[in-house]
Design a protein around this ligand. Structure first.
Ligand SMILES: [Zn+2]
Ligand SMILES: [Zn+2]
Length: 167
């Protein structure tokens, strides 16, 4: 029927870079019935179509996101592209991690710069590791060996680490 579904992640409603509205997340790895999936829920909360082309309620109520992760995308009002991984466990969408896949062109150093920038603007954003694209980055401000205070981002999964001076 549709080509994609709509997604409503929890706690990711503004662009980490410009703070404009971040909505209209879409993904193609679910049932692709123009359903609206909301984080924390097991089944779609609605089907976003004209009343005339609505499917059967029983079909909607049987629709699920696949176990594991699915990638979702959106663009903020000022044109910053974002992608995120939605994690689904036991049929429930449990968490969402921003990935930096769309920034820019797949070079890890550029993704690290973007990750550190996002985390300095929005310290509570959940950002996926630029190296393994899966682990969640933890941030901490601490001095480096020469005594300069740095903001360290460390992957809980692959242990990759990068740092930028704190201004
Ligand atoms: Zn933005
Ligand atoms: Zn990693």
């Amino acid at each position: 029927m549709g080509m994609f579904d709509w997604y409503e992640p929890a706690g990711v409603d503004e662009c980490p870079l410009c703070r404009s509205l971040l909505g209209g997340w879409q993904g193609k790895e679910g049932p692709c019935g123009l359903y609206v999936f909301r984080q924390g829920h097991r089944i779609p909360i609605e089907q976003r179509v004209d009343p005339g082309s609505r499917g059967l309620d029983s079909v909607m109520l049987a629709s699920r996101l696949p176990e594991g992760t699915c990638e979702i995308y959106c663009e903020c009002e000022r044109g910053h592209d974002w992608s995120a991984l939605a994690t689904v466990r036991d049929g429930v969408w449990t968490d969402t991690r921003l990935t930096l896949r769309t920034y820019p062109h797949g070079h890890a150093p550029a993704r690290w710069r973007m990750a550190l920038e996002v985390l300095s603007i929005a310290p509570r954003a959940i950002v996926a590791c630029p190296e393994c694209a899966d682990g969640e980055l933890a941030v901490e401000d601490a001095p480096d060996p020469s005594g300069i205070t740095m903001r360290w981002a460390r992957c809980a999964r692959c242990r990759a680490v990068d740092a930028t001076p704190v201004e």
